[in-house]
Design a protein around this ligand. Sequence first.
Ligand code: AMP
Length: 397
Amino acid sequence: MKILVINCGSSSLKFQLIDSDSEAVICKGLCERIGIDGSQIVYTPAGKDKITKVEPMPDHNKAIEMVIEALTNAENGVVKLEEIGAVGHRIVHGGEKFTKSVVINEEVIKAIEEVSDLAPLHNPANLIGIRACEKVMPGVPMVAVFDTAFHQTMPQEAYLYGLPYSYYEKYGIRRYGFHGTSHSYVSKRAAELLGKDIKDLKLIVCHLGNGASISAVKDGKCIDTSMGLTPLEGLIMGTRTGDIDPSVVEFIMKKEGSTVADVTNLLNKKSGVFGLSNDLSSDFRDLEDAYLKGDEGAKRAVDAFTYRVAKYIGSYTAAMGGVDAICFTAGVGENSGFTRGLICERLSFLGATVDAEANKVRGEEKTISGADSKVTLMVVPTNEELAIARDTFELCK
Ligand code: AMP
């Protein structure tokens, strides 16, 4: 079956067409600046050059039409419309309602709407993508794959905040966690690579990209993760603070005369390694270059980042009563031997050692721990689109 995977943002739409038999990507691309001047679709059919078409896309309906046109046109199309057997949608927030992927119907759409106040920037955009696909491909089954679902196995002691319990009951204020599709995919793949049953493993997955989160996966189930009610909690990220004392918000508001919205923007968009490096960059490639040239800001930012990751690894080892393997994934985790090396240097308390040669790996599955390491360190590239396609196929075959 050919499966179209859609990841819809407020002004962008990423897509991949995946063959569920071979799991090969037939075509992938991106619609940018939807609803804004200068919109374009950029896509790459497998084995061909990148194609760019600049055309007005006033809304997501037009974007989906352009995706279908790109996939089916006579000149460089890769599929006939009727061959697209199902569509898998990445949905950011499933609240407590969704513990796994589901076939989309009106009831599911209503439930996604109901939890939209938990992800006001993302869920509405995801829903627009669903409606647009319904219009352009009526009758084709669609599946919702939630970023939060994998973390729904967290026990109450891990997901509750120390707030009055009534706030959880009334408003659902709790820790949900995100990047769940990635944590699920990487933990399963790590078990395969280790040749062990996931039910016998204690794994820590470090998803270190522009957004970063870490999870403790015991016996195949997530028992804790670093993101919370929103993706702001946890690790220091590209531009997000991660954990801070909530009193900082009021303190900054008073000092700067700013609004809650201003400070929320600061915490999400101007902080993290970007803010710590004095706005040098949120990109680890720039930070590493500057670090190696002796830039103090870059060193400060990267050191705070690697310290926080190691601290979480320590706490999750305590939460699971040990750890068998630590997996690195996403942009930084897959590609940066430098940052991985700095994190692993902080893990000697676990008896972890790194094979410096193996740690040069970029974007490939590889064990990077030394022969004498007491814990396996591994790079496992994530593949959220493939995970979405697999779930979609399972529910629609
Ligand atoms: P992601 O959000 O998973 O797409 O990760 C994006 C981030 O990965 C970028 O902002 C960079 O910080 C980082 N990244 C990508 N490639 C490299 C690389 N070769 N070395 C260091 N960091 C990288």
